[in-house]
Design a protein around this ligand. Structure first.
Ligand code: DX5
Ligand code: ZN
Length: 223
């Protein structure tokens, strides 16, 4: 059984009770804090920034999974690479030279990944795969929580997982967007390794955060 990792979408967190939620995440062994950085330019929304990451990193030892939905990318990489154990994913669609951007992330001591838009074919990022640890498959259009899964994205997860396995790449496939109770089994069966859990599962208001974490862990085959 794969060790499926849960990455709460901090965009969807309870901002008023953030410390309480982070304590629960730490108690439950949550593996990453997924932080959606949006600049109102690359995506039509404006969200979290380096100071928010700094506050999280100062309070919690859970590694940050920083999802840069920004343009430009390179200029801001050092700001986000400053936090220990940080994974930084960016959209190659937003840069001219993605291999340079990946090298910059690694030179700054962070872990490197890419996140691809639903419309971006896997084939266009094939030459980046040897240089990444995480491939984030956007299953909704980047920019907002609360959206519905785009049909075909489960097959894209499956295609990415199979291609990486057959190519011998040790890459974690991350599913980001509408990771719902209904979609999770499909995403796991297709090969997702990391689930960005947001409004349609982890923060499902019908149950408590602890109950939702237990339900997620059970669905992922954990005790
Ligand atoms: C899209 C965002 C969302 C968010 C999760 O740009 O990245 O995927 O993290 O939100 P839900 O779970 O509501 O899709
Ligand atoms: Zn994200």
């Amino acid at each position: 059984m794969k060790n499926i990792k849960i990455a709460p979408s901090m965009l969807c967190a309870d901002f008023i009770h953030l410390g309480r939620d982070l304590d629960i995440f730490a108690e439950r062994g949550i593996e990453y804090l997924h932080i959606d950085i949006m600049d109102g330019h690359y995506v039509p929304n404006f969200t979290l920034g380096p100071d928010y990451c700094r506050a999280l990193s100062a309070y919690s030892s859970i590694p940050l999974d920083v999802h840069l939905m920004i343009e430009p990318v390179d200029f801001f990489i050092p700001r986000f690479a400053a936090f220990p154990d940080t994974l930084i994913t960016f959209h190659p669609e937003a840069v001219y030279h993605p291999l340079r951007s990946l090298q910059l992330i690694r030179d700054q001591g962070a872990r490197a990944g890419i996140a691809i838009d639903p419309a971006t074919p896997l084939g266009t990022v094939r030459h980046l795969l040897p240089y990444i640890e995480v491939l984030c498959i956007m299953t909704v259009n980047p920019g907002y929580s609360g959206q519905a899964l785009i049909p075909g994205m489960i097959d894209k997860i499956r295609e990415a997982s199979a291609y990486c396995r057959e190519s011998g790449y040790d890459i974690l496939i991350e599913a980001d967007g509408n990771v719902s109770w209904e979609n999770i089994p499909l995403m796991l069966e297709a090969g997702a390794d990391i689930l960005v859990a947001g409004t349609s599962s982890l923060y499902d208001k019908k149950m408590t955060l602890e109950e939702n974490i237990t339900r997620l862990r059970t669905m992922c085959g954990h005790a």
